[in-house]
Design a protein around this ligand. Structure first.
Ligand code: HEM
Length: 399
């Protein structure tokens, strides 16, 4: 498959391309394009909008994520270097960032997450049971997007009857291609609705606190001051973006991979102890998060002469699929012993929800294969990925 980008001259002596990350494409086209760019460049310039840098050298990506003094989180959106919005904790730099992470750490610690295992298992199992008799389903809609959202809503203390509304918002906010929503009007409308929803949920808890994360956060103090409503809201919005779509995308890739690799599938069914490393391998090979940072000073990274104030895109896929870091990097190998992938990021902003995500993914794969060990891709479907974060738009399986 040719995945080449359209050249667009050079910028400061570095090759430039019209690289628009919002566009969707056929299954695996994004991953293959990153591989191709990483083979031929350590970095390049995108000429989309005001322009930004893209680093495609694996070690350089990791180095930038660690160096928060040079690569700030004040903006994490390449197209908006000076955002008028705030997402907490993602858009904070240390030392304020550390204070939030310390407070949030308790609810997302390995112990707190392990205590939810029975509940996660039950919700996942019940969701699969609902579709098992049908013999076919779009497993993203019917399973992968549904069960982690239920768990997340419980964690935040949000009413479960709002699940369908949440799933609609997630779709409008995160899954539309540039073609489907060229002026981002649908995305903006959904964002306003999500924002108003969380304002209401915060006000309800100010009146009567409950036993949930949002209510607990109201009693937290930073530098002697209670967290105000504006910051609580900024936290809710980030949780909505970070916590909702990532596990579904990963479950989708896991089921896609095991559907298209029947020998590996039979191996994990015969020996479920292979699932834990299998899941880590799926996270590595299909890594889909593309962090971005704003340079605080002039710096060269991946061969790009970045100026203070410019945006830099740092795709995790180039580190996770780097042939210098992994032997046979594109193979999902549950026997692999190198487990240093960066699918959850690196440095101070490494994923807060990684323990929960791991639990949900492992449980999803285990419970699915206990119930439906043999399955395949349904015929006559064109598998497509959406832009921004590369997840499958839909995945129809039959069994
Ligand atoms: C497989 C699923 C997931 C993947 C691959 C993933 C990946 C990531 C990555 C790469 C980052 C770092 C972004 C950056 O450096 O700019 C991140 C941050 C974050 N993730 Fe996750 N994530 C997943 C699931 C979750 C879940 C389930 C939650 C919460 C329930 C969550 C909450 C967060 C938060 C709050 C941050 C921001 C951390 C900070 O700024 O300090 N994530 N995630």
């Amino acid at each position: 498959m040719s995945t080449s980008l359209e050249p667009d001259g050079t910028h400061e002596g570095v090759p430039a391309y019209h690289f628009d990350n919002r566009l969707g494409g056929p299954v695996l086209s994004h991953q293959e394009r990153w591989d191709e760019m990483a083979r031929s460049h350590s970095g390049f310039r995108s000429t989309v909008a005001r322009g930004f840098w893209v680093v495609t050298d694996g070690p350089a990506v990791q180095e930038a994520l660690q160096d928060w003094r040079t690569f700030s989180n004040k903006s994490v959106t390449v197209l908006e270097p000076d955002p008028r919005f705030l997402w907490i904790p993602e858009m904070l730099d240390p030392p304020l960032h550390n204070k939030w992470r310390r407070l949030l750490g308790k609810d997302f610690s390995p112990g707190a997450v392990a205590a939810r295992e029975a509940e996660v298992r039950q919700v996942a199992g019940e969701t699969i049971d609902l579709i098992k008799g049908d013999g076919t389903a779009d497993v993203l809609d019917a399973f992968a997007r549904r069960f982690p959202t239920v768990i997340f809503m419980r964690l935040m203390g949000l009413p479960e009857e709002d699940l369908p509304t949440f799933l609609d918002w997630i779709h409008e906010l995160l899954h539309l291609s540039h073609r489907e929503d060229p002026d981002a009007v649908r995305q903006m409308t959904a964002m306003k609705a999500v924002s108003a929803y969380f304002e209401e949920q915060i006000a309800l808890r100010r009146e009567a606190p409950r036993d949930d994360l949002l209510s607990r956060a109201m009693s937290w103090e930073i530098d002697g001051e209670r967290i105000n409503d504006r910051d609580l809201h900024a936290f809710c919005i980030l949780m909505f973006q970070a916590g909702f779509d990532t596990v579904p995308i990963s479950v989708g890739w896991a089921l896609y991979h095991f559907a298209t690799h029947p020998e590996l599938r039979r191996a994990i069914v015969a020996d479920p102890s292979l699932i834990a490393t299998g899941v880590e391998e799926i996270l590595r090979v299909y890594s889909f998060v593309i962090p971005a940072r704003k340079a605080t000073r002039d710096v060269e990274i991946g061969g790009c002469p970045v100026k203070a104030g410019e945006m830099v895109m740092l795709p995790l896929s180039v580190t996770n699929r780097d042939p210098d870091r992994y032997e046979d990097p594109l193979t999902v190998d549950p026997h692999r012993t190198t487990t240093n992938h960066v699918a959850f990021g690196s440095g101070p902003h490494r994923c807060l929800g990684s323990h929960l995500a791991r639990l949900e993914l492992n449980v999803a794969v285990e419970e699915w294969h206990k119930r439906i060990p043999e399955y395949r891709l349904a015929p006559d479907q064109e598998l497509e990925e959406h832009g921004n974060m590369y997840g499958l738009k839909s995945l129809r399986l039959t069994w």
